[in-house]
Design a protein around this ligand. Structure first.
Ligand code: HEM
Length: 452
């Protein structure tokens, strides 16, 4: 996957901070999520399996064995163990191989780095701003109009336990593997960004449509599909054909964030599931990690979201990981001359290079986006950004716009005084984007496929 990505980057001569509208333009991309070595593939892990993976034989330490040789009689194949570990708590995993710095106290960035310049603000492009505003007005009207059909406790009579079931199963998974919260909230965003929040991101490729949103490049690293499937199958047993996958995703991502002590927001329900899912649309519409702030603002405006929503929702990068193959060019070949992005803290770039080696074929290595408190839903991502440690260009660029920069600085100064509340408000807007209601769409029987 990484090799294909690098090749694609070269072929397309990506010019950072310039014309790119989408994450990775789909053309020429043939990322196959069904490759045999599990790369880019979602691995189904139940909470029980996750718990089992934590329970490693004292003899072989999870390197593979047969049960009779093991003190606690747990059979762990090498492959199974590796697969499960990959989805276990990422922090613990990184601790095994590196010396992870968990708290600010442990790591004095200023002392380590000395004074570093903050990227100067570029000139404002009035035309772009005007265009954004026009987009914003239309997109907001579109989003609001559709959101009219939603209401709180929509399943009160048709499936009274629906929200409880979603919460229970989500908690079960996320309390075992807290990083699933990152997977779910990202999946929610990627769903809403394409055809609105209609669960189109969940549809599996088939022989008649082998390129769905799921196979689009930004979605190859999505995770948590098994949680949605587990919830759906529990709900289908309880009240068949009633609860939409789109509502399940919106509820589960909220419940996941709340489980890790993040904010809580109301999720009005009544969404219906879409019947269309196209890889090309996801490649074109999901914001690119190489985009500048002007492009990101336009992407968000097209969804009815403001510059404030952009900076607030980007705060979700306070949890979860970024894969090395996405930042490799930023580290090793920023302008095609073997250079590093000069806006990235040189010391941080050096550290990243120890984790993300210049190996084109490596598609599995990753780093936390918020290295200060990777598991906590707090404002430390913003601290990283002010210190030129935003992992992606799309994070760093938020310091080059007056409004987004000022929000970031305020959160850093006030230790995130309003971040949780702001996040809840912006999520409430996000989960209303382009929803299908009434007789639109359908209620899927399984989340991975449209009804026959
Ligand atoms: C502003 C535009 C955004 C861009 C360009 C962007 C880009 C990315 C990229 C490239 C990754 C790394 C994926 C990987 O390597 O597996 C990522 C991860 C993540 N993003 Fe974003 N993102 C954006 C906005 C958002 C929003 C609005 C949310 C949620 C509300 C979000 C939540 C996350 C989370 C939680 C992760 C970690 C996922 C995991 O650990 O599996 N992002 N994002």
């Amino acid at each position: 996957m990484a090799e294909r990505f690098e090749k694609q980057e070269k072929e397309k001569k990506i010019s950072y901070f310039k014309e790119r509208k989408s994450f990775f333009n789909g053309e020429g991309s043939n990322i196959n999520s069904n490759n045999s070595n599990n790369e880019g593939k979602m691995i189904v892990v139940t909470p029980e399996q996750a718990a089992l993976a934590k329970k490693v034989c004292f003899k072989c330490q999870g390197m593979g064995h047969i049960a009779r040789d093991c003190g606690n009689k747990v059979t762990v194949s090498k492959k199974e163990h590796r697969m499960l570990l990959a989805y276990l708590d990422q922090e613990e995993k990184e601790k095994e191989s590196t010396c992870l710095l968990n708290t600010e106290e442990e790591f004095d960035f200023e002392e380590f780095e000395g004074q570093e310049k903050i990227t100067p603000e570029p000139e404002h492009h009035h035309i772009d701003h005007k265009l954004s505003s026009i987009f914003l007005v239309f997109a907001t009207i579109f989003a609001m109009a559709n959101a009219q059909g939603l209401k709180l406790d929509y399943y009160k009579t048709s499936c009274p336990e629906a929200e409880e079931i979603v919460e229970r199963i989500t908690k079960q998974y996320v309390s075992h593997v807290p990083n699933f919260a990152a997977g779910l909230i990202r999946m929610n965003f990627h769903d809403c960004a394409v055809r609105g929040c209609d669960a189109s991101v969940l549809i599996n490729p088939t022989s008649s449509n082998n390129k769905t949103e799921k196979t689009a490049i930004p979605n190859t690293t999505l995770r948590g599909f098994e949680i949605i499937d587990a919830i759906k199958s529990a709900l289908e047993k309880k009240c068949p054909g009633v609860v939409s996958c789109a509502d399940i995703l919106a509820l589960a991502s909220r419940d996941a964030i709340t489980t890790i002590n993040g904010p809580w927001w109301e999720v009005p329900t009544g969404r219906r599931d879409g019947k269309v899912s196209l890889e090309s649309e996801a490649n074109a519409l999901i914001p690119s990690p190489f985009s500048d702030v002007t492009t990101l603002k336009q992407n968000f405006a097209a969804l009815g979201l403001s510059a404030k929503d952009l900076v607030v929702l980007s705060g979700a990068h306070t949890i979860g990981v970024g894969h090395c193959f996405i930042i490799r060019s930023r580290l090793y070949n920023f302008t095609g001359k073997g250079d590093t992005d000069p806006t990235l803290s040189p010391h941080y770039a050096d550290w990243l290079k120890t984790r993300c080696l210049p190996i084109a074929s490596d598609s599995t290595s990753f780093v936390f986006m918020d290295r200060i408190t990777p598991k906590v839903f707090d404002e430390k991502y913003y601290t990283m950004v002010t210190q030129n440690r935003g992992l992606f260009v799309s994070d760093a660029t938020l310091m080059t716009d007056q409004e987004t920069k000022s929000y970031i600085e305020t959160q850093v100064k006030t230790k995130g005084s309003t971040f949780a509340d702001d996040f809840a408000v912006s999520m409430t807007k996000m989960i209303n984007i382009g929803v299908l209601t009434g007789s639109q769409g359908e209620i899927r029987k399984t989340c991975g496929a449209v009804n026959q």
